[in-house]
Design a binder for this molecule. Sequence first.
Ligand code: DMJ
Length: 496
Amino acid sequence: MSCTESEPASFMQESLCQKLKTTVSICCGFLLNQHYNPAFVSLQMMKHAWDNYKRYAWGLNELKPISKQGHSSNLFGNIQGATIVDALDTLYIMEMKEEFKEAKEWVEKNLDFNVNAEISVFEVNIRFVGGLLSAYYLSGEEVFRKKAVELGEKLLPAFNTPTGIPWALLNIKSGIGRNWPWASGGSSILAEFGTLHLEFVHLSHLSGNPVFAEKVMNIRKVLNRLDKPEGLYPNYLNPSSGQWGQHHVSIGGLGDSFYEYLLKAWLMSDKTDEEGKKMYYDAVQAIETHLIRKSSGGLTYIAEWKGGLLEHKMGHLTCFAGGMFALGADGAPNDKTGHHIELGAEIARTCHESYDRTSMKLGPEAFRFDGGVEAIATRQNEKYYILRPEVIETYMYMWRLTHDPKYRQWGWEAVEALEKHCRVDGGYSGIRDVYNNHESHDDVQQSFFLSETLKYLYLLFSEDDLLPFEHWVFNTEAHPLPVLHKDNGNKEENQK
Ligand code: DMJ
């Protein structure tokens, strides 16, 4: 039987099959038997990414798939193994049992936080704490719980500031913190200190120590005491004075996951966290009024706000908001459920356009709606794609919440583009210019490709009862955390 003789699902293209047939014959054989089962394709992609990481960069943070060696980002100081910890739950969910076992053994023997390292509190929290928590909840293996709590304790000195708003950077040996030198007026960053809530609530839940939850509840308190310009949250907040820095508002980089965590804190609390709920819907109201615009070509986008002036640019990172609006639709006040779903659908469409308008059918880092263009990057330094998940993440939420088949079709287009342009012998690489016809690879296989991009693809093509939304919320690195049901405090581990 050949690829062309099989009966592909309606949204499949032959080209991938042909490519897989030559590059991954076992996969293509399976695809033919299963009528191109796309969840299985995501699994094969995971296998390629993981096997190459294992072969060339085992134990290091990330893989350089062209030069076939390890890559260490200074975001993790000299904590090692980011790809292993970030990938644990994806391996588990995809039932890659051998790989999960070897990853667990590495964590047991080698994951060490007693190092002299200055780390990003945000990155270590979302990838390491989040990854360990999910691995624990999914597998029930005690080692992950212990490591998560141990790491959480190492992060606590970051909160030793006059306001309790944590530092961005922390030396986990000395406990000395500081902020990014580039941040406005020595400020901490909204998306960084606002993206600790889910993990820290779970750390208290699992350790019995309330200190973690107290730290993140205090962040809320500080924010609620402050005046917000036009109801918006600026990206910069000084941890000493408790005052805003520059009035720059973004739902993409520097702001994004703060909003995501307000909504998910409410959902994860089994809808008891009324404060999180109110903060989320109030913020969305202000975002709609001041940031969301429609282009003359009819594309809805979320602009950036700089002291009252709009920059008509949207980042790839901002594309997660489509999924967020749809996920929050159910609880929207004033009968606005349909409106929030529609907003999610419009953002998904715009982000799909940002992919479709490139040569490679992969989205740029940022795209603009000015100077006669719509959903296109105009600056050379905004044309790259680093295997980011946000657009596929939004397709996954939109699919689950609407079952409109176009979201699976768009996800499949992304699979084809990833296979064609990002897959190399040594793994998957980012691309420097998605408008070019020839790939210039950046030679980094980001750990979030395994934790997020491939997991969201797999979920997009799986049944809704795999990690159902009533029982799980995903942290911003796609690590599933159980909803803390009010009536059965500790049974959430069994709801997979
Ligand atoms: C991930 O680490 C997380 O999704 C984060 O919230 C934003 N950036 C990357 C992926 O693009």
